[in-house]
Design a protein around this ligand. Structure first.
Ligand SMILES: [Mn+2]
Length: 464
């Protein structure tokens, strides 16, 4: 059992850079203009940044307004970051509309959705050249302050710095909305440098159980339903996977099955039966191709676990296993488990060298003997002839709300891929921002502790 990632033979050869812990405020501009920065304070005790006449170190300009010409600038995004940071520490959640009016939120989501919906299911990032790096990020789960740290630590997205986010922006953490909107702003600003993939939590089912829906209702009150609907529509547009520099595949869950009809002789001619057998008979499971991935219908509120459109559910929900073969992911009730042999076949068939997936935090890994823990924010799960499979998790000190006294105290990590081949991951582990503002959770974390392994299928509406 590999309980310590450093001790596993798979990780010993990895290049690791551990960045310094993140204990200080991130942005000078996040200070209210009176210069007093007291994150430990209750939000009721600080004045609004706009109310202080002495503006030697101006705080964020609020309320945020949509640029008259509709073009976002770096300054606009920096101000958005500062405004979210400031409001998270100084305002009650229900005051967010005084920082970000619903009309601006509408414009942001509309603009990003238009870009996202046009992207293919698997985005191909081929224009990273000799001077470029690609930063890959795993689950962030509404931990805004850690995301702000990550962006500053890795360096902001730019002409020469690509970002691929592997999904799970929302749920569990208390600032899923701010986190998601901030990443949408970066997407709009640099659409060919920032890529936002879908996670299993970017769905109606997960957000109704793990807090995001209630978070939005709390923050936007009368407009909450409208804002939540807009977010769900945007989730449907998020692409499922990426291929970086032709040899690195990333997706939230991972691999996926073939849904091509493989009729047995007995079923020949019976069209209905053939449809059902396509990919759903566990004894006939085989890995899918990128051609099949490209044809999957991703515009669904919840990826279906039955029917013919199974690829989105696989890509978003599957997990690696140390046992060989492809099997149904019984624990989660959706998606697959795949072994090292499948990783090898997938890498070899598609001329890939590396798979970076996310989806499992310290809680999930605690119950998976044989797989590494998430103390450092990543594990190297499979090392095979053609390459490696990595799990990457970017939410440190996760989950934000925990029923037990004892916390995982896990680090988060991001990966930097460097030229010329972009195939050798450089790991950057980081600690959580401390202290986090004290807020109430938006879900019953004592009841659903870490149970997203079990989908309540009966409560989901299949639209396959
Ligand atoms: Mn996940």
């Amino acid at each position: 059992m590999l309980s310590d990632t450093d001790a596993s033979p798979a990780t010993s050869s990895a290049t690791t850079k551990t960045t310094s812990s993140a204990k200080s405020p991130l942005l000078d501009t996040s200070k209210p203009s009176n210069g007093e920065y007291k994150p430990e304070e209750d939000y009721h005790s600080s004045s609004s940044p706009a109310q202080n006449p002495i503006n030697s170190n101006p705080g964020p300009q609020i309320p945020i307004s949509w640029p008259p010409n509709g073009t976002l600038t770096l300054d606009w995004i920096l101000n958005l970051m500062a405004a979210f940071e400031w409001s998270s520490r100084n305002l009650p959640p229900s005051d967010l509309p005084s920082v970000l009016p619903v009309s601006v939120l509408d414009s942001l989501i509309l603009c990003a959705s238009k870009i996202l919906h046009k992207e293919p299911n698997c985005v191909r990032i081929d224009d990273c050249g000799e001077n470029s790096t690609v930063v890959v990020v795993g689950d962030v789960h509404g931990q805004l302050h850690d995301v702000l740290f990550l962006l500053r630590d890795a360096g902001f997205p730019s002409e020469n710095r690509f970002f691929v986010f592997n999904g799970d922006y929302v749920d569990r953490g208390a600032w899923g909305l701010e986190t998601f909107l901030l990443l949408l702003a970066w997407k709009i600003f640099l659409p060919c440098r920032v890529y936002l993939l879908r996670g299993n939590h970017e769905s109606k089912y997960c957000t109704s159980v793990y807090g995001f829906e209630k978070e939005v209702m709390t923050k936007f009150g009368d407009h909450g339903k409208h804002v939540y609907r807009k977010c769900l529509g945007c989730f449907e547009g998020l692409p499922l996977a990426s291929i970086i520099a032709r040899h690195v595949y990333t997706a939230h869950g991972g691999l996926f099955r073939s849904v091509a009809a493989t009729p047995s002789k007995r079923l020949k001619g019976k069209k209905k039966n053939r449809r059902i057998s396509a990919g759903s008979d566990p004894s006939l499971l085989t890995l899918g191709s990128f051609d099949e991935l490209s044809k999957a219908r991703r515009s669904v509120l919840d990826p279906p676990w039955e029917g013919s459109n199974l690829i989105p559910g696989d890509v978003l929900w599957s997990d690696p296993s140390m046992n060989p073969g492809l099997s149904l992911n019984e624990e989660r009730g959706i998606g697959l488990l795949w072994g090292p042999d499948c990783t090898e076949i997938f890498l070899k068939n598609f001329d890939l060298k590396l798979i970076i997936r996310s989806h499992e935090g310290p809680d999930a890994r605690e119950k998976r003997p044989g797989l590494g823990g998430m103390n450092e924010g990543y594990t190297i799960d499979h090392v095979v002839e053609s390459g490696k499979l990595i799990t990457l998790f970017s939410a440190p000190d996760y989950p934000q709300f925990q029923a037990t006294e004892e916390r995982y105290n896990n680090k988060g990590a991001y990966i930097v891929l460097e030229p010329p081949h972009f195939e050798t991951p450089v790991f950057h582990s980081f600690e959580a921002i401390s202290p986090r503002p004290k807020v109430n959770p938006y879900y019953d974390y004592k009841e659903v502790i870490d149970s997203d392994e079990e989908l309540d299928l009966a409560s989901m509406v299949s639209d396959s």
